[in-house]
Design a protein around this ligand. Sequence first.
Ligand SMILES: [Zn+2]
Length: 460
Amino acid sequence: MRIFAALVLACGFLAAAPAKIDSNSARLKKAYRKAPQSGWIFVHLEGSAGDIGYQHGYLLANEIADTERAVKLSITHDSKDWQFFRGAAESVLWPHVEAEYRAELQGIVAGIQAKGVKLDLWDIVAMNAWLELSPYYTNFVDSGVHRSTGDHCSAFVATGSYTKDGRPVIAHNNWTDYMTGSRWNIIFDIVPERGNHFMMDGMPGLIHSGDDFGINSQGIMITETTITAFHGFDPDGVPEFVRARKAMQYSASIDDFARIMKDGNNGGYANDWLVADRKTGEIASLELGLKHVNLWRTKDGYFAGSNFPIDPALAKDETDFDVHDMSNSANARHARWDQLMAENKGQIDVALGQRFLADHYDSYEKKIVPSERTLCGHVEMSVRGSKPWQPPFGTAGAVENKVADAAMAEQMSFTAAMGHACGIHFKAAKHLKEHPEFAWEKGVLKDLDSHAWTTFQAAK
Ligand SMILES: [Zn+2]
């Protein structure tokens, strides 16, 4: 009897084990991860929503666990605890996440758990929404409190007589704190069962880009910069991370893009979106406030982004932003974009886009000195910091860069540089020694080394 039971158990085990491996390998079959290249990790994900999520979680399990620590420390410092954000993920956001993305998020959880990472669905949803939960949602909960939304990013999109070949060129550098920014180093190449093939930069564990740079196979090229000092949030809306991902995956035109972003707009992570359609040569700026939404478009011109509000009514009703203070980072960088666009009209291409993102000209002081006022942002070198977002010498600024022109986008490729585009490295230990006020970041703050521009190509 005993022997029989042991045999049954053994046979059961033998029968079950290969089946498990088969189902794992079937889910992972079309996915792969390349060796790190210039600070980036390229992953290819393909299949149903659940499989894409599983592949993502499985291939990037360690990076997701590491990123969760950084996101958690970043958004809980001087704010709410992680349990608060997990609770909001479950009760406020999840009811508005559509089935396709629920399946993908659940797939990520299954993938990381298969690799032994002990995070659950609410950790992953909170991570996906970290840019809208803090401070948009926390400000909504603590009504009347306007915590800083931060100065995230410098970007432009240009076309027509501004570019060398007359077709769109798009460029973006991501500004964030260096704890999270040093981990924003994934190139996601995703072939979903539904919608378009797309390639974007992103963070481990996030189903959207987060800093929102990407291209898709229908010719749509996307980026954004955040609207500084914005307030407003609608808990009954669709999370921004869902709309941003959906727009990347499903847009075939600028109209599609604007429609998807506006549909269920919750005001979270309010951005000025810069979009190009390489098929038509048209570019657009979608300034997506909660009360005020504007779409400007042209086939001959440029739109620059550096976190300034554009529409005076939006600036007045939905931000605490001082449009007249030219020493402010957003305004100073806006002035610099206008200078660079005028000086280089007719010449703008990928190489110039790369150069602009490394620019250290301070338009306020009229001299070259890297700081929070320069397109290549270095808050860590500024005695002013970037108030109210960052204190003097705050560990934040530009963390990574991407540029594409229409010809590259046609080939499903773009060029990217991890770290500051200027080549200046950020060294965590040295900075913490010189500025012990940031000791709370110790153990999570990493070096942010600068790497050469590298071209990434989606799978054919
Ligand atoms: Zn720089």
